[in-house]
Design a binder for this molecule. Structure first.
Ligand code: HEM
Ligand SMILES: [Ca+2]
Ligand SMILES: [Mn+2]
Length: 327
């Protein structure tokens, strides 16, 4: 079949995909600061899409269209800034908010070395209803509550773990506002397995001011932040084996994340009515780093929680205890 001719010598299987090359150029330059590993937009993919229940909603752009409602939800505190930054790009290119949020998320992830190249389907309507409150999980929710919420949206316990690979390139700003940019693993610029290793280490202290915020538990490394929800899901019998399976398996982690993200990105949408524009998403750089026990830690610091399989043996880094700078 003849390919559609797009800007700057590029082409696409469908005419409808050409516009996304222009959006790509614009956001790489002006939203991601020349291709930075962008955490923020990719958080928005989740907060828009998980506003879904069998009653409706989902990855429909509602968080941007009805930001006056949805950003008042406690779990969306602070997300208003990301929305304000992104909305002008969607309006300028005249694409739907739902498409834009998922596209920006996929491009943001592609800027992180080691990430899978995510699927991107275009064609979501720009009509949406505001999501009801209490659908976005909170870091202080119990494993039971989180697993039940995801089940209501159609995700298994293992798929929660798959989606949480996103926390390998993430940091907190709002749980402890006095210590913004404290990341969830020691390599927040790399989509690697360190998040799954480090969340299983014994917690030793609260970074920053030394005391707990709501949804925070003790972390194992100076400067690293640990969410209570990550701590619990790493150790819960329903999620611990999927969690451990990623510890030394980058390819499995990346493949499962890709599949779960593809599902999340079309919550509430009909896949058959969308156009596959995945070829517009850049191919992420590969990584070759070895999954590692951070310096200063040993096997005895690991709280292995999968009863079916022993914790895999890992290379231990040497040198002074790892300390993680903010992002
Ligand atoms: C169990 C469910 C989840 C909970 C309770 C949770 C909770 C949180 C919290 C509390 C933060 C810190 C926000 C801040 O203080 O600025 C955060 C950050 C983040 N989360 Fe999650 N999350 C969950 C699942 C997910 C999923 C499924 C994704 C994406 C697919 C995701 C992507 C992110 C990203 C990218 C950030 C970093 C944002 C930034 O750097 O500003 N999270 N998460
Ligand atoms: Ca990482
Ligand atoms: Mn939504």
């Amino acid at each position: 079949m003849k390919r559609a001719v797009c800007s700057n010598g590029r082409s696409a299987a469908s005419d409808a995909c050409c516009i996304w090359f222009d959006v790509l150029d614009d956001i790489q330059q002006n939203l991601f600061d020349r291709g930075e590993c962008g955490e923020e937009t990719h958080e928005l993919t989740f907060h828009d899409a998980i506003g879904f229940s069998p009653q409706g909603g989902g990855a429909d752009g509602s968080i941007m269209a009805h930001f006056d409602v949805e950003t008042n939800f406690h779990a969306n505190t602070g997300v208003d800034e990301i929305i304000e930054t992104q909305r002008p790009f969607a309006l300028k290119h005249n694409v739907s908010f739902g498409d834009f949020i998922q596209f920006a998320g996929a491009v943001g992830v592609s800027n992180c070395p080691g990430a899978p190249r995510l699927e991107f389907l275009a064609g979501r309507s720009n009509d949406s209803q505001a999501s009801p409150d209490r659908l976005v999980p909170e870091p202080f929710d119990s494993a039971d509550t989180i697993i039940a919420r995801f089940a209501d949206a159609g995700f298994s316990a293992n798929e929660i773990v798959d989606l949480l690979a996103s926390h390998t390139v993430a940091a907190q700003d709002r749980v402890d506002p006095a210590h913004q940019g404290f990341p969830f693993d020691s390599t927040p610029g790399v989509f690697d397995t360190q998040f799954f290793i480090e969340t299983l280490l014994v917690g030793t202290a609260f970074p920053g001011n030394g005391s707990a915020n709501q949804g925070e538990v003790e972390s194992p490394l100076a400067g690293e932040f640990r969410l209570q929800s990550d701590f619990e899901l790493a150790r819960d019998s329903r999620t611990a084996c999927e969690w451990q399976s990623f510890v030394n398996n980058q390819n499995l982690m990346a493949a499962n994340f890709r599949a779960a993200m593809a599902k999340m990105a079309i919550l509430g949408q009909d896949r058959n009515l969308l156009t596959d524009c995945s070829e517009v998403i850049p191919t992420p750089k590969a990584v070759s780093n070895t999954p590692t026990l951070p310096a200063g830690k040993s096997r005895t610091d690991i709280q292995g929680s999968c009863s079916a399989t022993p914790f895999p043996s890992l290379t231990a880094a040497s040198g002074p205890a790892t300390s993680v700078p903010p992002v």
